[in-house]
Ligand binder design. Structure first.
Ligand code: CTP
Ligand code: MG
Length: 335
């Protein structure tokens, strides 16, 4: 009898995962998008080399870290060595170079924290952001992609959380909520903290990959093909993980004292980081440590108002996951 009831229970949880997996599948970008992305990159490379023959273009962000849904923007980093020249100047020059080849909608955004050129690819209509010498982003893109290769549940969870965050409008840094990058780190961290763990902590393992960027040494284990069955002892389904993720951020995380850290695969204290109001200009109302730029709190965009919005959304999602037998409709209801 025991055996029977267990198997019924197991089947039930799998049934709950079906709609989540369907949403995940529907968000995966079709293969054609890869081709278009290559065309855009080739075109940009050609134009940029006219002005800077030694320049290199790197794809980063969701198009390269495997957490990109269909039609996400293309994040490109232009690497040039032009000693002494201000980034804003390079950005303006780059915008001119691109405009001269009748690309449309080229905008130089020099006032932003990270100055970029924004443009729209004329053939595909895909929006594209070009930043200058942002190599740390190229490296953290690799870290995220390597984590995704370890256990398929990470990509599934992150797609669902990003989709939820976009639907509920809590993925807008200009409205002081969190970036997609922050949400993916939250997902990685959640899976590192499961017992048994679903993901390891790559930065605490033997170094097989190491680069120094902006005086920061970025080192981690990147032979992830050796970790393919790392999470096999944990049988949690995607529905359980989505529920657990929201439950954690709604009711378990200690917002007053804790920092989540993918770098260490653990929770560390705000005190240890010196992350209190008054120690710098940031508020630290929800603390997510950048894995390489460890002085950088990805929650620093969040203010007294948006922290309320965020926490209410986590609670709303947790309630739906707990009480609604068919949670997907409400969960992703457009705000
Ligand atoms: N990034 C970063 N530090 C931040 C925000 C972003 O280093 N505070 C870098 C990361 O490499 C990230 C990339 O910029 O992957 C793009 O950031 P974001 O737009 O948040 O994420 P995407 O993965 O591109 O998500 P989306 O699909 O929403 O475009
Ligand atoms: Mg992006």
């Amino acid at each position: 009898r025991m055996y029977k009831s267990r198997s019924v229970c197991r089947r039930d949880t799998d049934v709950l995962s079906v709609p989540f997996l369907a949403i995940y599948e529907s968000l995966i970008p079709p293969e054609e998008e890869k081709k278009k992305e290559k065309q855009v990159l080739a075109l940009l490379e050609k134009l940029v080399r006219k002005e800077w023959p030694a320049a290199k273009l790197h794809l980063y962000g969701s198009r390269a870290n495997s957490f990109g849904v269909s039609k996400s923007d293309i994040d490109v980093c232009l690497v040039i060595e032009e000693a002494g020249l201000k980034k804003a100047k390079i950005i303006r020059k780059l915008a001119d170079v691109l405009r001269s080849d009748n690309l449309q909608n080229v905008q130089a955004l020099t006032g932003a924290r990270v100055p970029i050129v924004k443009l729209m690819d004329p053939v595909t209509g895909i929006p594209c952001n070009i930043s200058i010498n942002k190599l740390l982003a190229v490296v953290n893109t690799k870290l995220l992609r390597d984590y995704a290769l370890i256990d398929p549940r990470l990509r599934q969870l992150a797609f669902i959380i990003k989709h939820w965050a976009k639907s509920r409008r809590v993925n807008e840094t200009y409205h002081r909520t969190l970036s997609s990058y922050a949400y993916v780190l939250m997902c990685i961290h959640y899976l590192q903290m499961r017992r048994p763990a679903i993901l390891p902590c790559l930065q605490e393992m033997e170094t097989t990959y190491s680069v120094t960027v902006d005086d920061i040494n970025c080192a981690f284990f990147d032979k992830v093909e050796k970790l393919r069955d790392f999470g096999r002892h944990n049988k949690e389904t995607i529905a359980q993980l989505v529920r657990g993720f929201f439950h954690f951020w709604a009711y378990c995380h200690d917002y007053a004292n804790s920092v989540i850290s993918v770098r260490t695969g653990s929770i560390i204290s705000k005190r240890e980081k010196g992350w209190f109001i008054g120690t710098d200009n940031d508020r630290h109302l929800i603390c997510i440590e950048d894995p390489f730029e460890t002085s950088h709190d990805l929650g620093r965009v969040v203010d007294e108002y948006s922290i309320k919005v965020l926490r209410e959304e986590f609670e709303r999602a947790a309630e739906i996951m707990l009480n609604d037998p068919n949670p997907c409709i409400k969960l992703f209801k457009l705000y």
